[in-house]
Design a protein. Structure first.
Length: 133
């Protein structure tokens, strides 16, 4: 185990969780935020989209085995579902974000959100429960 990496990972998680927890307070004075937290969902959508885009090169590289790519594929799938949840819950089409969400993807996003407490960690837990059963 690389201790320095684990410490850096813990710091990153702490910053990410702190940022997410601040979003409702950052946007609470914005008029759109009172309409279902759309600005908060917008920020989460972009956070998840950027993470997914950053993982894409690792998913398509030839230097990793399929066993090494499996956690990357899994995380990218989770992020795709999280982006769908954010898009639907936040009404992000109102921000001129074009995202094609199929009926199946919308149904999955609705199930994930309804069975969770709305946090990223809990929604990921639900995604994993659905696909591991």
């Amino acid at each position: 185990m690389n201790i320095e990496f684990e410490m850096l990972k813990a710091q990153h998680e702490a910053l990410r969780n702190y940022f997410i927890s601040l979003l409702p307070y950052i946007f609470r004075t914005h008029p759109d935020e009172k309409l279902g937290g759309s600005k908060t969902w917008l920020a989460k959508y972009f956070l998840w989209r950027f993470e997914r885009e950053n993982l894409a090169p690792l998913d398509y590289t030839q230097s990793l085995s399929s066993h090494e790519k499996a956690p990357i594929d899994h995380r990218r799938f989770q992020l795709q579902v999280l982006m769908d949840v954010a898009y639907i819950r936040g009404g992000l089409e109102g921000y001129d974000i074009v995202r094609k969400v199929s009926q199946d993807a919308q149904a999955l996003a609705d199930i994930v959100y309804s069975r969770s407490d709305g946090s990223e960690a809990d929604m990921c837990r639900v995604i994993d429960e659905i696909y591991n059963s």
